[in-house]
Design a protein around this ligand. Structure first.
Ligand code: CMC
Length: 376
C-alpha cells in the first residue's frame, strides 16, 4: 500500500533548520532570527554569510578574517577560464557557464575535505560569472582583487572599474536579501546531494542546475523584459490580461510558500527606488510600482482562490538593472548569493545526516513477460 502521494512535496517538512524561518501567511522572513529588512540593509555580505555559518554576527576582527579567507579563494585556474571562454563563444547562457565552472572548481586543488571546500565554493562564484561575462563581451577577464569586499569585487571584475559605493551597497543589499530561504528547490537539491556523503562542489553544481529554471531563479530576466515592454506601451492592464488570457504566468508573481507579499520584495523595492532615482530614471521605477498594483488586482480577478503578489524576483530585476548587472547575469547573480545558503544547509545536513531517499508509487504495467526481439 503506497503512502499519500506528494509529487511537489508542498507542506512536507523534511528537515530541521536553524538558518531561516519563513511565515508564509504573514509574509515574514528571519535569517538566524534577524528580520530580513534589518539584516539586508545593514550587513556586509561577509557578515551575513558568517552569521549563516556560525549562528551569530561576527566581531569586526572576525569579519576581516572571514573577508580575507573568501578573498584568498577567488582565483580560478586557466582550464576553468578556457571552459568559460568556450561557453561564451558558443553563446551558452550564464547559468550553463556557471554550472560548468563550478563543476571544475576543484581542479588543481589537492585538499578534498568535504567541509573545508566551503570558502572556495562561495568565493569562486563571482569570478566564474564575471570571467564568462568578460569573454562574452569580447574582453579579457579582470583578475579578482583581494582588497575588495565580495559585492564590490564582483562589480569590479565585470567592468574593470571600481564601482561607486552606492552601486556596491545596492548589490550587497540584494546579496543579503536572497542568501537563504528555507528548503527552496535548489537548497533541497544541495541537501539531497550531500546526504549521500558526496561533496560540496557536487552539491553546488546540482543546485545551480535547479536554480536555473524560470519557476525558481530564472524569472528576473523575463520580469525586466516585461516591465520594459509595458513601460514602452504604457498599458499594463492590456499586457496582464493578454498574458493571463493566454494561460501564461506572470513572472515575478506568486510563491509556493507566501500567501502575502514576499517580504524580500519590500527590501528590494526600497533599494531599487534609490538606484533608479539616483540614475535619473525614477519614472521607470514608478511605472514598475504601478504595474505591480495593476497586476495584483488582475491576478485576484483571474485567480480568486489564490493570493498572488510580487515575489522576490520582481524587484530583483529592477534593483539589479539599477546597479548595472546585465540582464543575462540576473540568475547567476542570484546564485552568487544563494550559494552560501546552499553551503550552510549542506553543513547542517551533514551535522545530523541521514540519506534523503523518498519513495515513488508504481503505476505502470505489471505481469508482463519477455518478448524476443524478432517478435516485437
Ligand atoms: N501568474 C498567473 N497565475 C499564477 C501565477 C502567476 N505568476 N502563479 C501561480 N498562478 C496560478 C496558477 O496558474 C495556478 O492556477 P491553476 O491551478 O488554475 O493552474 C494557481 O495559481 C496555483 O499555482 P501553482 O503552480 O500550484 O503554485 P506554485 O506554488 O507551484 O507556484 C510559482 C509558485 C512561483 C512556481 C508560481 O507562482 C509561478 O510560476 N510564478 C511565476 C514565475 C516566478 O515568478 N518565479 C519566481 C519564483 S520566486 C523565486 C524563488 O523562489 O526562487
Amino acid at each position: 500500500m503506497a503512502n499519500t502521494l506528494n509529487s511537489d512535496l508542498e507542506g512536507i517538512t523534511v528537515a530541521e533548520t536553524r538558518l531561516s524561518q519563513i511565515n508564509g501567511e504573514k509574509g515574514e522572513l528571519l535569517i538566524r532570527g534577524l528580520p530580513i529588512d534589518e539584516l539586508a540593509s545593514n550587513a556586509s555580505y561577509e557578515e551575513t554569510v558568517f552569521l549563516l555559518l556560525n549562528g551569530r554576527l561576527p566581531t569586526s576582527e572576525e569579519t576581516d578574517e572571514f573577508r580575507g579567507k573568501l578573498a584568498s579563494h577567488r582565483q580560478i585556474c586557466d582550464e576553468v577560464q578556457a571552459v568559460l571562454q568556450r561557453a561564451a563563444r558558443e553563446g551558452k547562457p550564464a547559468m550553463d557557464a556557471l554550472r560548468m565552472g563550478v563543476a571544475a572548481a576543484n581542479l588543481g586543488v589537492e585538499e578534498q575535505d568535504l567541509r573545508k571546500d566551503i570558502h572556495r565554493v562561495i568565493a569562486v562564484f563571482p569570478t566564474i560569472v564575471a570571467t564568462y561575462w568578460r569573454y562574452q563581451q569580447g574582453k579579457e577577464p579582470v583578475a579578482p582583487r583581494d582588497d575588495l569586499g565580495h559585492a564590490t569585487n564582483f562589480l569590479y571584475m565585470l567592468t574593470g572599474e571600481r564601482p561607486s559605493e552606492a552601486r556596491a551597497a545596492g548589490l550587497e543589499t540584494y546579496l543579503n536579501t536572497v542568501v537563504e530561504h528555507g528548503l527552496n528547490a535548489s537548497t533541497f537539491t544541495a541537501r539531497v546531494v550531500v546526504s549521500t556523503e558526496s561533496d560540496l562542489i557536487s552539491a553546488a553544481t546540482a543546485a545551480v542546475g535547479a536554480l536555473k529554471g524560470p519557476l525558481h531563479g530564472g524569472a528576473p530576466g523575463p520580469v525586466l523584459e516585461m516591465l520594459q515592454e509595458v513601460y514602452e506601451t504604457g498599458d499594463a492592464e492590456k499586457y496582464v490580461r493578454e498574458t493571463l488570457d493566454a494561460g501564461e504566468r506572470l513572472m515575478g508573481f506568486g510563491h509556493r510558500v507566501y500567501r502575502a507579499r514576499d517580504p524580500r520584495a519590500a527590501v528590494l523595492e526600497s533599494a531599487a527606488e534609490s538606484f533608479h532615482t539616483e540614475k535619473g530614471d525614477g519614472e521607470f521605477f514608478e511605472a514598475a510600482q504601478e504595474f505591480e498594483d495593476v497586476a495584483t488586482d488582475l491576478l485576484a480577478e483571474y485567480v480568486p482562490d489564490r493570493r498572488l503578489e510580487t515575489n522576490v524576483e520582481f524587484y530583483t530585476a529592477i534593483l539589479l538593472d539599477g546597479v548595472g548587472i546585465p540582464k543575462d547575469l540576473f540568475t547567476a547573480t542570484f546564485a552568487i548569493s544563494r550559494v552560501s545558503g546552499w553551503m550552510a544547509h549542506a553543513l547542517e545536513q551533514l551535522d545530523d545526516n541521514r540519506l534523503i531517499r523518498p519513495s515513488s508509487h508504481y503505476v505502470g504495467e505489471t505481469k508482463r513477460s519477455w518478448t524476443p526481439v524478432e517478435d516485437r
